[in-house]
Every structure is written in structure tokens, then in C-alpha cells.
Design a protein around this ligand. Structure first.
Ligand SMILES: [Zn+2]
Ligand SMILES: [Zn+2]
Length: 239
């Protein structure tokens, strides 16, 4: 639904420019969130295996002993469950497969796609394999812009919240924030006075540059201190 303000963050465009449902910043973030899900799904598999997590994934902060049984990786890697459609009382308790599946269903309805075109068959729930996750991710990315243009504000908000919350939980469960450093918000200019604002996370040992996951601006190492200073005390505490 075109409007002069974003249905997600309420940012208003200048000079009467119509937005296709959402602003460049919210669009970039949601696309980045969807695109992250297959990799997070794979990493969660490593987190779940006893003893496997220590190699390339740190689980939790160093001061907190790991829980004897980690609920979240198992939940996030769970199968898609049609009964868990997001509603007003449900926030972020979905598996990755369910989040993608419900998004796919929302797209199918809003974009008037016949069931055949989605690869979905009645009676066959979505699988939980990496192939299925990859296929659903590809589908969602292909149709997301069309969906944003056509969806009601509440339909778009529901998808952005489900995807964003699921990605955030998966990212935290994988322990990325425990061994990466937040440089602060990406200051890239998206036009019309809007800055990107996506948090930039780096591996402090390995990173020579960081590419913003939302707007794809590449920040060289020589900008790191500057970004950190721009972020100020809030940026330091962002983790
Ligand atoms: Zn927005
Ligand atoms: Zn950015």
C-alpha cells in the first residue's frame, strides 16, 4: 500500500514521494533478516551438538555457564507448525521454518498466487531440511517487494516482526554477540535524509572491513574508530 510514510517505522518521505509500503531502511533490514536465516539455521545445528559448539561458535557469554539443555536452538530448528500462526498474543516464539512458512503463506494470499506457484501442496507441511529453508528463503526474497506494495499495514508489520524477531533470537542463540564487537549504527546515507542505522558487528580479530548487512556499504578498517566514536556511549553499550 503506497503512502508517504513507512508502515513500519513511520518515517515520512520528503516532497510527497510515495513509498512502496516501507522505507529503504526497513526494506533493507527485512531483506537482510530473511537472507540470514539459512545460515543461522545451519549454525544452530552446530550449537545443538554437544561439544561441537566450541569450534567455531561460542555459546553465550564467557561468564555464564552453558545451560544443561538449550531450549532455544531446538525450538528455532523445529519443524514448521501451521498451528503457530502469529497472532496478537504471540511474539517471537516461532521456529525458523515456521517464520518462513507463515511469511510464504502471507505472500501467497496477498499477492493472489495460486498454490501451485508456491510449490506448496495441501496436506504436505513444509519440511525442516536445509533445502526447504533455502527454498522458502528464495521464494520470500523473490516476492517480498510485491508483497510490501500490496499488503495492508498490519500484514506488512506482522511479517517484518516475525522475520525480525526470529532472526534476532537465532543470532543471539548462536552466540554471535558474545564474540563480535558492535561498531555502532551504519551512518550510510540512504537518500532523502535517511541514514541506514543498522548495527555494524565485526570480529575484532579477523575483520579488515565490515559490509553493512542492510545497505551493503563496505566500511574499511580505518573507519572503525570513527564509527565507534560516532556511536558514542550508546554504541559502546549496544551489545
Ligand atoms: Zn521504515
Ligand atoms: Zn547500512
Amino acid at each position: 500500500m503506497n503512502a508517504r510514510h513507512c508502515h513500519i517505522c513511520s518515517w515520512a518521505s520528503r516532497d510527497g514521494v510515495e513509498l512502496p509500503g516501507w522505507c529503504p531502511r526497513c526494506r533493507g533490514r527485512c531483506i537482510a533478516d530473511v537472507a540470514d536465516l539459512p545460515e543461522l539455521y545451519r549454525t544452530l545445528g552446530a550449537v545443538m551438538e554437544p561439544g561441537a559448539a566450541g569450534d567455531d561458535v561460542k555459546v553465550g557469554g564467557s561468564r555464564t555457564p552453558p545451560l544443561p539443555f538449550r531450549m532455544d536452538p531446538a525450538n528455532l530448528r523445529g519443524p514448521a507448525t501451521a498451528g503457530a500462526l502469529p497472532g496478537p498474543d504471540q511474539h517471537g516464539a516461532l521456529s525458523i521454518a515456521t517464520a518462513l512458512w507463515t511469511t510464504r503463506q502471507a505472500i501467497r494470499e496477498v499477492c493472489d498466487l495460486p498454490a501451485e506457484n508456491t510449490g506448496w501442496r495441501r496436506g504436505h507441511g513444509p519440511g525442516r531440511t536445509e533445502d526447504r529453508i533455502a527454498a522458502d528463503t528464495k521464494f520470500v526474497l523473490a516476492w517480498l517487494d510485491r508483497f510490501a506494495e500490496r499488503a495492508r499495514p498490519d500484514e506488512l508489520q506482522a511479517v517484518v516482526e516475525v522475520i525480525g524477531e526470529t532472526r534476532r533470537r537465532a543470532w543471539n542463540t548462536c552466540g554471535y554477540s558474545a564474540h563480535k564487537v558492535c561498531l555502532g549504527p551504519c551512518p550510510a546515507d540512504l537518500g532523502q535524509g535517511q541514514t541506514c542505522g543498522e548495527e555494524l558487528w565485526i570480529d575484532p580479530v579477523l575483520a579488515d572491513s565490515v559490509t553493512c548487512r542492510a545497505c551493503h556499504t563496505r566500511w574499511d578498517r580505518r573507519y572503525f574508530l570513527w564509527l565507534r566514536r560516532m556511536a558514542g556511549p550508546e554504541g559502546e553499550a549496544a551489545s
